[in-house]
Design a protein around this ligand. Structure first.
Ligand SMILES: *[C@@H]1O[C@H](CO)[C@@H](O)[C@H](O)[C@H]1NC(C)=O
Ligand SMILES: *[C@@H]1O[C@H](CO)[C@@H](O)[C@H](O)[C@H]1NC(C)=O
Length: 111
């Protein structure tokens, strides 16, 4: 299974919360043992001083675990040379409908 995504990135968990960018990328199931994804995605920011800047997240995402940690492997614009981690926390997950809201708490070092 491989999916391409282009999801809203918002300041808060509500669908009506302030848009700050898009989360674009792809993911595939990658484990024979659990529901786990290999995730490759870009956060493309559009808000304020971050407009046009991006970060790239690539890693293993075992989506049924409440909290996950994915590497941030790079960035552009104000996040040039970024490296760090994204701490993921599932706020809402409708398995049947395929909708999810996930909080990303990102810690970065960049120039
Ligand atoms: C972000 O940058 C684009 C391209 O320069 C511009 O068209 C757009 O209005 C900007 N958006 C904001 C919210 O500043
Ligand atoms: C997913 O959420 C959106 C926005 O609330 C809604 O329009 C859509 O119907 C939902 N999709 C499913 C399959 O539940």
């Amino acid at each position: 299974m491989t999916n391409i995504m282009d999801d809203p990135l918002t300041a808060g968990p509500e669908f009506t919360s302030k848009p700050v960018g898009r989360a674009q990328g792809m993911y595939s199931t990658s484990s024979m043992e659990e529901l786990s994804l290999v995730c490759a995605m870009n956060f493309i920011f559009t808000d304020d001083k971050y407009n046009g800047s991006t970060i790239t997240i690539f890693g293993n995402n075992p989506i049924l675990q409440q909290r996950r940690e994915l590497p941030v492997i790079g960035g552009t614009g104000v996040f040039r040379m970024a490296s760090g981690v994204a701490m993921l926390n599932t706020i809402y997950f409708d398995v049947a409908g395929g909708n999810a809201t996930v909080e990303y708490n990102v810690m970065l070092q960049h120039y």
